[in-house]
Write a protein that binds this ligand. Structure first.
Ligand code: UDP
Ligand code: MG
Length: 312
């Protein structure tokens, strides 16, 4: 029996691209079905992440005209990762592909993903072969960020966003991760299973504008570090130890200087600099601690990730 495929698309204010996205994905389902790669009851799932424009209306319209189109409406905006999870956990299918609504990820790559899955891969990562469509800032900050994560011991797939295929059992494994704030790009490599990658060229957004301003990107970046690594906490301890040792040596040096010579150093620099320096280190350290405490605070509440208002 051919594979039942589900494609999950999180949408936030995407009225400008949605008609094109639906049309291309339906055409893709037809083609893959004709090639006997997937079954005729493969489906599309559009998650409306509390959009304020006509996104849900459009989804309803498409669902009415084609039985393969489903809609999941969240009760309010919960962010890309949560919208994605809502879709993945509501969708049916032996394998699920997640893709953005804006057609930046080449939909045709899904065929290769399906083929790799049929060859045994439980997780297939879509990896961009070039970042030419990104601004120089986004490119260099992404590069630096991957380096940082690697340094901190977080396993991550380079140049992979949330365009991927998951088998049903990989998805079930994912369901076992209970943290409220899931950073999928960090969690999925922890699942294990057989993985594969397919390369594609990332295009410009087809229409509409990015919903990831710098503020949100930073939020996701901090999430990626603090969710997977306690290294920053350890670095603080190490830094504290080094500075303590250093100041001990300084004290000895000053005492010896006072005892053995009679030239007393005016001492302005040696007293003011450590005050500023330690002040900085302390504030930084408290900030890092605070970041983790905030995390504990948020996680202990065990708040639900999203509410589904209705589905079609
Ligand atoms: N998105 C979402 N909820 C949000 C923000 C974004 O569901 O709060 C969706 C958005 O509709 C798109 C995907 O997440 O399908 C990626 O967003 P976008 O293309 O704006 O990000 P970028 O590609 O600019 O990083
Ligand atoms: Mg995009």
């Amino acid at each position: 029996m051919p594979l039942q495929l589900g494609i999950v698309v999180p949408c936030y204010n995407e009225e400008a691209v949605l008609p094109e996205t639906v049309q291309r994905l339906l055409a893709l389902l037809d083609r893959l079905n004709a090639a006997q790669l997937i079954s005729a009851d493969s489906q599309l799932y559009f998650v409306d992440d509390g959009s304020r424009d006509a996104t849900w209306k459009l989804i309803e319209q498409f669902a009415a005209t084609d039985a393969r189109v489903h809609g999941v409406k969240l009760s309010r905006n919960r962010g890309h990762q949560n919208a994605l999870l809502a879709g993945l956990f509501s969708a049916r299918g032996d394998a699920l592909v997640s893709i953005d609504a804006d057609l930046q990820d080449d939909v045709e790559t899904i065929e290769q993903m399906v083929r790799k899955h049929l060859n045994g891969a439980d997780i297939v990562y879509g990896v961009r072969s070039s970042r030419a469509s990104d601004t120089a800032f986004k490119r260099s900050s992404a590069e630096a960020y991957y380096r940082l994560l690697e340094l901190l011991g977080v396993e991550i797939v380079y140049n992979h966003a949330d365009y991927r295929l998951l088998s049903r059992r990989a998805l079930e494994a994912l369901g076992g991760f209970n943290e409220v704030n899931l950073f999928l790009r960090g969690i999925i490599p922890l699942l294990g299973f057989q993985t594969a990658t397919v390369e594609y060229i990332r295009e410009e957004r087809f229409a509409g504008e990015s919903k990831y301003p710098l503020r949100r990107m930073l939020g996701l970046a901090i999430e990626g570090v603090t969710s997977f690594s306690v290294t920053p906490l350890r670095l603080i301890t190490g830094l504290g130890l080094i500075i303590c040792g250093f100041s001990l040596l300084m004290i000895i040096w000053i005492i010896l200087g006072k005892l053995l010579t009679d030239s007393v150093v005016p001492g302005w620099a040696s007293s003011v600099i450590p005050i500023y320096f330690l002040g900085g280190v302390q504030l930084l350290s408290i900030g890092v601690l605070g970041e983790y405490i905030a995390k504990i605070y948020l996680e202990t509440k065990r708040r639900p990730r999203y509410f589904i208002e209705k589905t079609i």
